[in-house]
Design a protein around this ligand. Structure first.
Ligand code: HEC
Ligand code: HEC
Ligand code: HEC
Length: 129
């Protein structure tokens, strides 16, 4: 009548597929998306530093520009100079290098459910891929 072997095999496969997302997160692996960097060169600071601290850098930049009109940032790690700018075009703003906002900023932010409100005022980069 019923083919118990096939049913059991089917069940095992079904349970496997349904619980696959759970297995993926076992062993502490976090499936953070790889943000796509579409430019060569160096960032304001090292990638590790930026990953952890870009929010503070942006905060500091905004305050020093708006309050003190201090518009130049010297990289602590590389000694290079940058315009303190989130999105001004044509200068060394974040988005002049990271113009692929969707694949870069948004890839991480969507994953971590952060939604910076900056783009209500600051111009989003035109995606160039
Ligand atoms: C001159 C071009 C340039 C500018 C300006 C720039 N970046 Fe970067 N950024 C890069 C490059 C190139 C990398 C990849 C560096 C690496 O992998 O070593 C990077 C890496 C990063 C990372 C780490 C990504 C990862 O792999 O996890 C973050 C976050 C980041 N940038 C944010 C910013 C922010 C925010 C600003 C503005 C405050 C900014 N960047 C300005 C070129 C730039
Ligand atoms: C490697 C992943 C990653 C990349 C790439 C990245 N971010 Fe973030 N960003 C985060 C995380 C995670 C947080 C939340 C940190 C926290 O809450 O402490 C954050 C927070 C922020 C905040 C603060 C938001 C708030 O409401 O507190 C700003 C502003 C910001 N990011 C701007 C940018 C910009 C602009 C870019 C692209 C140039 C960018 N980020 C790229 C991971 C990333
Ligand atoms: C209500 C509108 C508004 C919002 C929202 C806003 N900004 Fe700004 N921001 C401004 C204005 C206006 C200036 C002044 C521009 C200037 O003097 O160059 C500025 C300047 C800045 C500057 C320095 C100059 C430049 O060209 O980038 C930075 C950096 C900055 N903001 C970052 C942020 C970040 C990060 C967020 C989100 C966490 C944010 N801002 C949200 C209006 C806004």
């Amino acid at each position: 009548m019923y083919d118990a072997g096939k049913i059991i095999t089917g069940l095992v496969i079904f349970v496997g597929i349904v619980t696959y997302p759970i297995w993926g997160s076992l062993g502490g692996s976090v499936n953070m998306p790889e943000p796509v960097v579409n430019k060569s060169g160096t960032c304001v600071e090292s990638a590790e530093y930026m990953r952890a601290n870009h929010m503070q850098i942006l905060d500091e930049w905004r305050d020093s520009v708006v309050r003190d009109n201090d518009r130049v940032y010297t990289s602590q790690q590389y000694g290079t100079k940058f315009d303190k700018s989130l999105s001004t075009t044509g200068k060394t703003s974040c988005t002049s290098c990271h113009s692929n906002k969707e694949e870069f900023c948004d890839a991480c932010h969507d994953y971590t459910a952060v939604a910076p409100y900056c783009w209500e005022c600051h111009i989003e980069p035109k995606e160039e891929i």
